[in-house]
Ligand binder design. Structure first.
Ligand SMILES: Cc1cc2nc3c(=O)[nH]c(=O)nc-3n(C[C@H](O)[C@H](O)[C@H](O)COP(=O)(O)OP(=O)(O)OC[C@H]3O[C@@H](n4cnc5c(N)ncnc54)[C@H](O)[C@@H]3O)c2cc1C
Length: 384
């Protein structure tokens, strides 16, 4: 892969910087960054970005994108995050659910949902995890029964999702039938979160983003909500999880926190050999993580995400981001002052420290990523 930036990527980065400097966007971004809420509402800001065509540049124009490459979309996302735009809702809505719909949705599903997501008018989240089901997702218990009208009735409880309260739509995994194995009989649905029978609540978290609890009590999906074939959702789910694991979001956290950490090293600490060694080692890890993420993203341009490369990227970037957050907050030699406009570096890193434990759990735990890599290597040896 060629890691040098293309002219189009540079032009998009410049466009993002110019948009973020526009007075109304700047004012909205400042409102979000100065908000005293742990989870400020980013939707008005996203709407502004959506109106300027910056939320989903890699999607086809008919769905509100610009037909750009995935690497060009990654350049836009990097620049938005560097500019201080919170990315969690974008990751869920555009980078995971939207991109998955683009790959696996029917023409009707794409037409119904993608333009709203690209415009920042509607938002989507992911409902997989259940009280008894995390890593072993195939053991999920939420059921979907035919409603006799071409749709399904969903019943179950989903936990540890994020941003359900700000979302209109959810990608939800449910069991439509008992199958020959636990992987057989799982289906994926698009669920309207405003539908009768949906109850959204919060589960507290040490991180700024609270977890969601979403109870589905006989929720009518309506016809056309099923993604792919009934009962064949496991293969689709695996594709969606690979999309979720590019590592880009984790690599951006690592880079932002690393930059903040460097700003806290004063003149005295600059002569500390052990500290400088860590600066070099973690700096190299941050850069390597970014390259791994970009490698996965560039493969999206060639077709689909490679699940093993995605697992490597997710593992490495999340472990690195976690290590940087802990180092920057508990290591010796740091003294933080005001940093990026509107952001106190100490506050940023304190929040990073609280977010850090979740990084190696979300989107698949580190142990599961290692297991995916090991089993892929094992399969390759057996095939050779
Ligand atoms: C910040 C954050 C955001 C999240 N966002 C979402 C979301 O948007 N939607 C959603 O549905 N869920 C979300 N989750 C939930 C997340 O997907 C689960 O937490 C994750 O899959 C792990 O499941 P669990 O918490 O039940 O832990 P478990 O699966 O019970 O794992 C507990 C521990 O056991 C280890 N373990 C489990 N199985 C194995 C094994 N086979 N081999 C070795 N070790 C193993 C794990 O690595 C982990 O250390 C989020 C979680 C976090 C922290």
């Amino acid at each position: 892969m060629d890691f040098s930036a293309t002219e189009r990527e540079e032009a998009l980065r410049a466009e993002v910087r110019a948009v973020l400097a526009e007075p109304d966007v700047r004012a909205e971004l400042d409102r979000v960054r100065r908000s005293s809420r742990r989870e400020p509402d980013v939707r008005p800001l996203y709407r502004m970005l959506g109106r300027r065509g910056l939320l989903a540049v890699s999607w086809p124009e008919e769905f509100g994108g610009r037909g750009a490459a995935h690497t060009e979309a990654a350049a836009v996302i990097e620049e938005l995050v560097h500019g201080g735009v919170p990315d969690m809702l974008h990751v869920l809505s555009v980078q995971i659910v939207g991109l998955f719909l683009l790959q696996a949705g029917s023409p009707e599903q794409k037409a119904a949902h993608l333009p709203g997501l690209a415009a920042g008018e509607r938002f989507a989240t992911v409902l997989y995890t259940e009280p008894q089901t995390g890593s072993d997702l195939a053991s999920l218990r939420t059921t979907a029964r035919p409603d006799g009208d071409g749709g399904h009735l969903l019943t179950g409880e989903k936990i540890y999702g994020l941003k359900s309260g700000m979302s209109d739509l959810a990608l939800c995994a449910a069991r439509t039938r008992e199958g020959s194995s636990k992987y057989d009989g799982i289906s994926l649905f698009l669920v309207d979160l405003a539908a009768p029978g949906v109850t959204r609540g919060l589960i507290d978290s040490i991180a700024d983003d609270a977890f969601d609890r979403v109870v589905l009590d006989g929720v009518r999906t309506g016809a056309g909500a099923l993604l792919g074939e009934e009962g064949e959702g496991w293969a689709l789910l695996s594709r969606c999880l690979a999309i979720e694991r590019t590592g880009l979001d984790y690599s951006l956290k690592a880079a932002r926190w690393y930059r903040a950490a460097l700003s806290g090293i004063d003149d005295v600490a600059r002569t500390d050999g052990a500290l400088l060694e860590e600066v070099g080692r973690l700096g190299a890890a941050v850069d390597s993580g970014r390259l791994l993420a970009w490698e996965v993203i560039s493969r999206l341009d060639e077709g689909e995400a490679d699940p093993t490369a995605a697992a490597v990227a997710k593992y490495y970037t999340s472990e690195t981001a976690q290590e940087v957050a802990v180092w920057a907050t508990t290591g010796r030699g740091f003294r933080y002052g005001a940093g990026e406009p509107g952001v106190d570096e100490a506050d940023l890193l304190e929040a990073a420290y609280r977010e850090a434990p979740g990084l190696t759990l979300s989107a698949g735990t580190s142990q599961i990523m290692l297991e995916l890599v090991a089993s892929s290597a094992f399969d390759a040896v057996m095939e050779s």
